[in-house]
Design a protein around this ligand. Structure first.
Ligand code: UDP
Ligand code: MG
Length: 321
């Protein structure tokens, strides 16, 4: 179960809705759990958190179940209880994860599940550089104790009661880092430039003006721009990093099928910011209100391109300008 209720008390806005590279941290954490061998994924939100529900988007269709904490104010215990109640009574264990650890991967959850399955202990928790942390997997026999938690108590209370039952699984501290304070999100917001391509599907559909407006409304300045028609050879060269991928031939044919508009966008953190504004590569997974959600057709014909890092931005800008 993934606890997202009550996140963000110390942040200016609901923490679980904050986006990193086009995906809310809630959807990242839930997606990683869904990819793990956990049998069911229950997300606990604060009562009435409709934005949380919509941030999950397509994940709900893929089996993520949403429940609401019993009380908005009580603290963590209310979320734990709601999550425990929502999981199948026959489940062998209960894995408690937090929505504010958006960098954990399915393999990290699987490491805990494997240790638990191998009989390492009745309580298996993550450890980061020797420090106890979350997620934590409790055997089904702790169900009642978890349901008895009150107020600000969390799983820690149960762990401390059963020291002989506890086993640690070391996880990478870089992936386990959490977003607790607003400062955790402040990467340096230096001025950057990134390359944008409005792809042939969007131009053919008459969406060029709408997308450029969207870019400017997002606070990105267009500092250079050109319309051109890529030859298959130039498209091949531009996407050379993907040449071994199964979609490469189709992508090259698509990108050379009609005119594109290439531009250089400038702004604070322009590279990551434009990726957020574009949304996920696959429009089905893109957040509402992103360019790809609004204008893309499918994972290939996805309306726009944006550089994915400072080095590629430099190379891609030099490719066209
Ligand atoms: N693409 C595709 N099928 C896929 C993944 C990607 O056709 O399964 C296309 C899509 O047009 C995408 C481009 O290849 O924008 C480059 O893929 P990448 O993973 O770099 O995504 P992006 O950086 O554009 O989000
Ligand atoms: Mg890319």
């Amino acid at each position: 179960m993934l606890l997202a209720a009550g996140s963000g008390r110390r942040m200016r806005r609901a923490k679980h809705l904050i986006q990193i590279e086009g995906r809310s941290i809630l959807s990242r954490a839930a997606g990683a759990l869904l990819g793990s061998s956990a049998e069911e994924v229950v997300v606990v939100l604060a009562p009435g958190d409709r934005e949380g529900v919509s941030a999950l988007g397509a994940l709900e269709l893929r089996g993520v179940r949403v429940v609401f904490a019993e009380s908005p104010d009580e603290g963590r215990a209310a979320s734990v209880r709601a999550g425990v109640r929502a999981t199948a009574p026959g489940a062998a264990g209960l894995l408690i994860a937090l929505a504010d650890q958006p960098f954990l991967e399915a393999a990290d959850f699987d490491a805990l599940i494997r240790a638990f399955g191998a009989g390492a202990g009745g309580i298996v928790h993550a450890a980061y550089a020797g420090e106890r942390g979350t997620p934590v997997l409790f055997a089904a026999r702790y169900r009642e104790e978890l349901l008895a938690l009150r107020g600000r108590e969390g799983g820690r209370v149960v762990i401390l009661r059963h020291p002989g039952e506890v086993c640690a699984v070391a996880l990478d501290p870089a992936r386990g880092r959490d977003l607790d304070r607003p400062e955790d999100l402040l990467v340096s917001r230096s001025m950057q430039r990134t390359l944008s391509i409005i792809k042939p599907d969007a131009i053919a559909a008459g969406k060029l003006g709408g997308i450029l407006q969207h870019i400017e409304d997002a606070g990105l300045r267009i500092v250079a721009m050109r319309m051109l028609h890529l030859t298959p050879e130039r498209a091949q060269e531009f996407y050379a990093v993907h040449r071994e991928r199964p979609f490469y031939q189709g992508l090259v044919a698509f990108m050379s099928s009609g005119p594109v508009v290439v531009s250089v966008l400038e702004g604070p953190d322009a590279i990551a910011h434009y990726r957020t504004v574009m949304g996920a590569t696959n429009p089905e997974e893109a957040e509402a209100g992103t360019i790809r959600k609004l204008y893309a057709t499918d994972v290939e014909r996805n309306a726009c391109h944006g550089s994915d890092g400072p080095e590629t931005a430099q190379e891609e800008i030099a490719f066209f300008f």
